[in-house]
Design a protein around this ligand. Structure first.
Ligand SMILES: C[S@@+](CC[C@H](N)C(=O)[O-])C[C@H]1O[C@@H](n2cnc3c(N)ncnc32)[C@H](O)[C@@H]1O
Length: 221
């Protein structure tokens, strides 16, 4: 069961009763998504580029997706977005988040009307945007595709340690192109060692409010 819960910046998140954790930071869902995935991830990786492919781990409410879609739309960047989700939410729940306020009505409608089909196969939402939400676990996910960016947005290591083992991180990173960017809200010594061991260069960046630091890592060429 997921319960809609307000966060400190006025945006909502969901509380997942089974896992015992929120989908986003209690200090601000919108603020965290923008800080971590858009500002430190997407803007960094699209510098000088006109197209980008993103693999997200944990689609959830789609907040990271709609903000990415809007950014790419505004900057005329072609977006190919794949987001793995083991426990998809219903359209009803997505509509209750209030996130339609944070993007244009056109982007929100394109998202909502394509969502159910995107869980089955890739959808073309606009001339600039494709979305696919493989309905599977990260461990079972496989594809021939290689991505420019990974948004690693799993529940925290305290609540879902199996999403932060060296093996599962290496599995996720195997889908990244050489020179690709791995971005996440978290940072631990173990995570840094895991990505360094598979040839990534790491950067510690200031975290979203409520977190001192976060990790950005770039895959070796
Ligand atoms: C922190 S939330 C993601 C928040 C999301 N990016 C958003 O903007 O709403 C973690 C997500 O990972 C999903 N998840 C849990 N276990 C998973 C697994 N083994 N493989 C893929 N996704 C998983 C959860 O259902 C949840 O949607």
């Amino acid at each position: 069961m997921n319960i809609i819960t307000p966060t400190a910046d006025g945006s909502n998140t969901l509380y997942n009763e089974t896992i015992g954790e929120h989908y986003h930071s209690k200090h601000g869902a919108l603020q965290e998504s923008k800080h971590v995935f858009i500002d430190a991830g997407l803007k960094f990786a699209t510098e000088g580029k006109s197209e980008i492919s993103i693999l997200e781990v944990g689609f959830g409410t789609g907040l990271n997706f709609i903000l990415s879609f809007e950014y790419c739309n505004e900057n005329n960047i072609k977006l190919d977005y794949t987001s793995i989700e083991a426990f998809p939410l219903t359209v009803d729940v997505l509509n209750q988040t209030g996130y339609s306020e944070y993007v244009s009505s056109e982007i929100w409608n394109d998202f909502i009307t394509s969502y159910d089909e995107a869980l089955i196969t890739q959808q073309t939402l606009s001339a600039l945007c494709k979305l696919e939400i493989p309905y599977t676990t990260l461990a079972e996910f496989d594809t021939e595709k290689r991505f420019d960016v990974i948004y690693y947005d799993a529940f925290s290591v305290q609540h879902q340690p199996e999403m932060w083992t060296d093996e599962i991180i290496a599995h996720a990173c195997s889908f990244l192109k050489p020179g690709g960017t791995f971005i996440t809200y978290a940072i631990t010594g173990k995570l840094k060692r895991a990505v360094k061991a598979i040839g990534f260069t790491i950067e510690k960046l200031p975290g979203a409010p409520g977190k001192r630091e976060m990790l950005r890592a770039v895959k070796g060429m």
